[in-house]
Design a protein around this ligand. Structure first.
Ligand SMILES: Cc1cc2nc3c(=O)[nH]c(=O)nc-3n(C[C@H](O)[C@H](O)[C@H](O)COP(=O)(O)O)c2cc1C
Length: 170
């Protein structure tokens, strides 16, 4: 029988980023999704600020997110660098993920901002590992549009979007 250390090592070493084109159309079971989200809450944070904030996008909301990201790409890219294929790929990628989370850090003011970013990244790593252990493909995406999506996500002054976490069954 494998020890806990051996199992953990196996999960850590097998974790990798898996992109929406490689997800199946299968729905992630709710209990698995709950476990993945719950795992984030076990990340460490200085002064226990627990700065990670995730919003879940599925179904119609996810479609709207994909369209919003694509439109933001168009609106914030100069005509010389704009690529029609990239524009179309953005919503296609979102549509191929079963669930997308916005990754947001809440800056409490109690510790330096980099510590809140670091803690949020640790929460995302926990989700990566829990997803891996449950045969869920996932990856962290940080497109340029994250600097312009604050209004859409209704972020507060002290919140910053650090990217999106795509998930789908392998
Ligand atoms: C903070 C962060 C941001 C990332 N942003 C992107 C991204 O915008 N696009 C992308 O293709 N991958 C992104 N990735 C995933 C990396 O490309 C991936 O982790 C790296 O290639 C190593 O592969 P692995 O995760 O399979 O070990 C990001 C990863 C992290 C940690």
């Amino acid at each position: 029988m494998k020890t806990n250390a051996e199992i953990l090592e196996e999960i850590i070493k097998s974790r990798k980023s898996i992109f929406p084109k490689d997800y199946t159309t299968e729905t992630i079971p709710q209990d698995v999704l709950d476990k993945i989200l719950e795992s984030a809450n076990y990340a460490p944070s200085h002064k226990k600020t627990n700065p990670w904030r995730f919003r879940i996008f599925q179904g119609v909301e996810k479609t709207e997110l994909g369209e919003t990201l694509a439109e933001l790409y168009k609106a914030t890219t100069s005509p010389e660098t704009f690529l029609e294929k990239k524009y179309l790929d953005i919503s296609d990628k979102v549509s191929k993920a079963n669930t997308v989370l916005s990754i947001v850090a809440d800056f409490s003011g109690k510790v330096p901002e980099w510590e809140e970013v670091a803690a949020t990244a640790m929460a995302v790593q926990n989700m990566y590992l829990m997803a891996t252990a449950n045969n869920v493909g996932c990856y962290w995406s940080s497109p340029g549009m994250i600097h312009h999506i604050g209004d859409y996500l209704q972020l507060k002054e002290n919140e910053k979007c650090l990217g999106f976490f795509y998930m789908g069954m392998k």
